[in-house]
Structure formats: C-alpha cells, structure tokens
Ligand binder design. Structure first.
Ligand code: IPE
Ligand code: IPE
Ligand code: MG
Length: 236
C-alpha cells in the first residue's frame, strides 16, 4: 500500500460502538471493550503499513467518567492490560506512544503504566500513537486559554500577539499536525468533544459498523475515500 499517493499524515479515530456490539452478541459491555482492543491493534498495523505518521485514538472522554463506576474501572484495567501486553509490539514496530487529556484524573496504577510505556517508546520514530484519555476538547481549549492569560498577566505575551498558531501551541496537541482524516464507527454523525479545534479541515469518514468489527481493510477503505476528496480549504 506504501506506493499510494496522498497518504494522510494524521488519522484520528472516534472508536465508538463497543457497547452496542456486545449487546448485539448478548454479551456484557465489558466484552465489547475487550473486543475493541483487538481493533486498536488492527488500526495500528494498517497505519504502519500505509506509512501514516500520526494515529490518534479517542479511547476515553471527559464525559465517559459519568458512566457506571464498574464500567469505568473495567476500562482502566483493560487499558493497563493493553499497554502492558502491547509494549513489545510497539518497540518492534518502532511506534512511539503519546497521550493527551486530563491524565491526572486517571487512577495512579493506570497513569504509572501509561508513563512507563511513553518513556520506553520515547525514541521510536515511525508512527506516533496518541491515546486521548480523559480527553475533552472544550477542557483542552479552556486550559489553553488559561495558560495564555497567565502569560499575558506575567508580561510574557501581548494580547495582539495571540494568533491561531499561538492557540495551537497551547493545546495538548502542540507537537503534532492537525488530523487530515477523521474516522468514526457505529454510524453516529457527531464529534463528541473530540479535537474540535484540530479537525477544522479534516475529511470525515463514518462507518456504520461497530468498533469491534473494525479491521485493517477499513483503514485502507477510509484512506481510499480520503484520496477521492478534494480538499479546498475555503478556496475554489
Ligand atoms: C466506545 O464504545 C468506547 C468508549 C466510549 C470508551 P461505547 O462504550 O461508547 O459503545 P456504545 O456507543 O455504547 O455502543
Ligand atoms: C466518544 O464516544 C468517546 C470515545 C469514543 C472515547 P461516546 O460513546 O462517549 O460518545 P457519545 O456519547 O455517543 O456522543
Ligand atoms: Mg458510544
């Protein structure tokens, strides 16, 4: 697939539909999340094969904290297991792990494993895999605004120096390019507080299938669809 022209540099995915997939199979929601972890591997492998540089996965939103305590705890445990079991592959695949969101809200054990994998993969240089965890775009923009205001208060910045670039630099995503392609599964036509600033000109591809059904071929299909789009950025 590498020879295909115009591969998106950054793909972001809203991994939705684990619960509905489980329900369809008469299983508890937790099984849906477990099955969804397999699809994460598929998405990473597909991005590696295509030469995508950034893959950002919406794994847990700020709003997801409002789910039943047992589901939240199960998701955190699953994340810990995923990270522990995936470290070897990430090293072999030269994938660097990164995370965005209010990470200090994560349980201490989850945060420790997350930081460990981030540290160990820090020098990997092919794909940057970013997990959005306890992530909300409005919180991100609000916290950026606060930090910019602090700088102005401290005399480090003047109000007329605030540009789009300055705002971008204060977001969690400061060091990465904006997503070119946004994928969402399970048919929902909404962005659910994900990367609101950064997806301004992303091409959107929605799959009706649930996240646990998502496979490498779906990434290839989304990229093929992306390559057919004409990105105009407001021009003609
Ligand atoms: C996505 O699947 C996973 C998370 C949001 C953590 P859901 O759990 O939202 O599944 P549905 O949307 O209820 O089917
Ligand atoms: C978005 O899915 C969050 C993640 C995929 C982590 P949700 O299932 O939480 O979104 P809504 O509730 O359908 O908007
Ligand atoms: Mg959902």
């Amino acid at each position: 697939m590498n020879q295909l022209p115009d591969i998106p540099k950054h793909i972001a995915i809203i991994m939705d539909g684990n619960g509905r997939w489980a329900k369809m199979h008469g299983l508890p929601r937790a099984q849906g999340h477990r099955a969804g972890a397999e699809s994460v591997r598929e998405a990473i492998d597909a991005c590696k094969e295509l030469g995508v540089e950034y893959l950002t996965l919406y794994a847990f939103s700020s709003e997801n904290w409002n789910r039943p305590e047992a589901e939240v705890a199960g998701l955190m445990l699953l994340l810990e297991k995923f990270l522990t079991s995936k470290l070897d592959d990430l090293m072999k695949q030269n994938v660097r792990l990164h995370a965005i969101g209010q990470l200090d809200r994560l349980p201490a054990s989850t945060l420790a494993i997350l930081n460990d994998v981030i540290d160990k993969t820090n020098n990997n240089s092919s794909l940057t895999l970013t997990l959005a965890l306890s992530y909300g775009s409005r919180e991100e923009i609000t916290s950026a605004t606060k930090r910019i205001a602090e700088k102005i208060k401290d005399g480090l910045l003047q109000p007329d120096q605030i540009t789009n670039e300055i705002v971008s630099q204060h977001l969690y995503t400061a060091e990465m390019p904006d997503p070119d392609l946004l994928i969402r599964t399970s048919g929902e036509m909404r962005v659910s507080n994900f990367l609101l600033w950064q997806i301004s000109y992303a091409e959107i591809v929605i799959f009706d299938k649930f996240w646990p059904e998502f496979r490498q071929g779906d990434v290839f299909a989304a990229v093929a669809e992306y390559q057919k789009r004409h990105r105009r950025y407001g021009g003609v």
